[in-house]
Every structure is written in structure tokens, then in C-alpha cells.
Ligand binder design. Structure first.
Ligand code: SME
Length: 151
């Protein structure tokens, strides 16, 4: 499925009246991981700005030990501080990286802004080296903007 075809489906999920916010997030994870072959782990982390930690939210894919990630640590922790997208074509080339599984070869993290504040992020792991393009970034920015309407 193309990103263009996926966009209205994402919006549809956010507008669903009978689902909780976490159920909507989980449905979006499911939609993305089922529709895009190289999205092998799709999940959300949310920031606690007092303790400067990220906390795992809804996700689909392999179970992860990384439930809490300090700001600055790993790709996710760096995005909590940089407020910008982080595309990692090859995780083996990264020093500040938290490995979840040896099957993960690349990663993309896009921050989620609500009223200009970075409240969390969508995190995607891939089993393929270098699969992400600017189109993934634009699509995931769209997904985050739609989710921001839920806050
Ligand atoms: N690899 C991430 C950790 C989270 S997992 O991908 C689920 C990182 O380096 O921040």
C-alpha cells in the first residue's frame, strides 16, 4: 500500500469514536506494520519531562526490554533532546544506539509535537539496511500530526 493510500486510513483511526487513545495508537501501529513490508517494529515512546525519561507506549513487533529510556540515550533518547527526525540507515554504524534484537538493521524516529512541545515519538525498526527515504519522514510526520489532534 502507498503512503498516499495509508494517510486516510490513519486519519480514520484517529477519528474513531469508540476507541481509547491507546487503542487508536495500537491500531495505527498494526496498520503501518501490516502495510509496509520493511516496518518490522512500530511503536511509540512518550516523554516524562520531569524525570527526563521516555516510556514505551503501544507497539507491535518483538517484545522489548527497553520500557524506559533516559533522554540522550539511544536513537530515541537523542530525538527526545534534538526535536528532529533521526534516520539511521545502518544501526551498526551508530555508537549511541540501544540494540533490541540482532535482526534490526535500521531505524527511524520521528518526534510527536503537541502545541510545539515534543511529547514523544514514533519509532520504527527495520530488518533491512537503508530502507527509509524522505517519503517515510513526510508520511510519519503526517501520522504524528494526526495523533497530535488526540491530545
Ligand atoms: N533502538 C532504540 C531503542 C528502542 S527499540 O528500537 C524498541 C534506540 O536506540 O533508541
Amino acid at each position: 500500500m502507498t503512503f498516499q493510500e495509508l494517510q486516510p486510513k490513519v486519519t480514520q483511526i484517529t477519528l474513531h469514536t469508540s476507541l481509547s487513545r491507546d487503542e487508536k495508537l495500537l491500531n495505527i501501529c498494526q496498520l503501518l506494520s501490516e502495510s509496509i513490508p520493511y516496518y518490522n517494529w512500530v511503536g511509540f515512546y512518550f516523554a516524562n519531562h520531569d524525570s527526563k525519561t521516555l516510556h514505551l507506549g503501544p507497539y507491535v513487533g518483538a517484545e522489548t526490554d527497553h520500557i524506559v529510556i533516559p533522554f540522550g540515550k539511544g536513537i530515541c533518547g537523542q530525538v527526545a533532546e534534538s526535536n528532529t527526525n533521526f534516520v539511521v540507515p545502518d544501526v551498526s554504524a551508530q555508537d549511541n544506539y540501544i540494540a533490541c534484537s540482532f535482526t534490526v538493521k535500521s531505524e527511524i524516529v520521528v518526534p510527536l509535537f503537541v502545541d510545539g512541545k515534543n511529547i514523544g515519538q514514533i519509532d520504527i525498526d527495520s530488518h533491512v539496511v537503508n530502507p527509509f527515504t524522505a517519503k517515510d519522514e513526510r508520511f510519519l510526520e503526517f501520522v504524528c500530526a494526526e495523533i497530535a489532534n488526540l491530545y
